[in-house]
Write a protein that binds this ligand. Structure first.
Ligand code: MG
Length: 241
């Protein structure tokens, strides 16, 4: 009997040894990532196109009615006083690609120079500003999560040059009691340079005072009319939920 137990123990040990030394044991085959076409200089095949140079049909004014901003060639431009615009479609967590340009002719300084902004779910702003040799408070310059996180570096191109944002936004989660149980996060690349690395969104963007955290669900992507003629082109988004 002892001999059989000994043989069994040897067998089990040998079997375990074989299991952990086989490379196949740690291979994962399911689920298989779905295919996304990612052609050069094209939006990915699963992207929602928010602007491709043709029209502003996917946008509306936050004051109600159609978006008033003007389209010229492949881009559109903020018209001062017409108000922010927002997507008709609502989004949760997303990957956003957006190209923007501040005016070649420099007017104003600090926060008054080429100011706009992209808001996620109408609440959380990544600042758009002419931050090329234009000092302002660090947590309010281009690429800041406004009044919450300064960008890691200043990757601005000169006024009149096109700038590129690639942003990953993870939406905050609220439970059925309206308590925030998981914060939002932002990762931002500016002209291909990492400037926000998975930073926590503390709550709503506020010019004065502390961020707020009232429960909400999906929301529009919003572009700010801050009174400066900032232009936009080639905007697309991928849902990450
Ligand atoms: Mg702004």
């Amino acid at each position: 009997m002892k001999y059989i137990t000994f043989l069994c123990a040897i067998f089990i040990a040998f079997n375990a040894y074989c299991q952990i030394t086989k490379p196949e044991v740690t291979e994962v085959w399911q689920p298989e990532p779905r295919v996304v076409q990612a052609a050069k200089n094209e939006p990915p095949s699963d992207a929602v196109i928010l602007f491709d140079g043709k029209n502003l049909d996917t946008w509306e004014s936050i004051k109600e009615g159609p978006a008033q901003w003007t389209i010229e060639d492949d881009h559109f431009t903020v018209i001062k006083g017409t108000g922010d615009i927002q997507t008709k479609e609502h989004f949760g967590s997303v990957q956003l690609h957006l190209e923007w340009r501040t005016p070649t002719i420099i007017e104003g300084e600090g926060q008054g120079r080429g100011n706009s902004g992209v808001f996620f779910q109408n609440r959380y702003e990544v600042q758009i500003l002419d931050s090329y040799q234009n000092r302002t408070y660090s947590n309010g310059q281009a690429g800041s999560v406004y009044k919450q996180h300064s960008p890691l570096v200043n990757a601005m191109r000169a006024p009149g040059k096109w700038q590129v944002y690639d942003i990953i936004f993870t939406q905050p989660i609220f439970n059925k009691d309206s308590m925030k149980i998981s914060p939002g996060y932002l990762t931002v690349f500016h002209n291909g340079v990492l400037i926000q690395n998975h930073v926590e969104v503390y709550g709503t963007t506020e010019y004065i005072g502390m961020p707020k955290n009232l429960a909400h669900g999906e929301g529009p992507i919003q572009l700010q009319d801050h009174g400066n003629p900032v232009s936009y082109r080639n905007i697309w988004v991928r849902r990450l939920d």
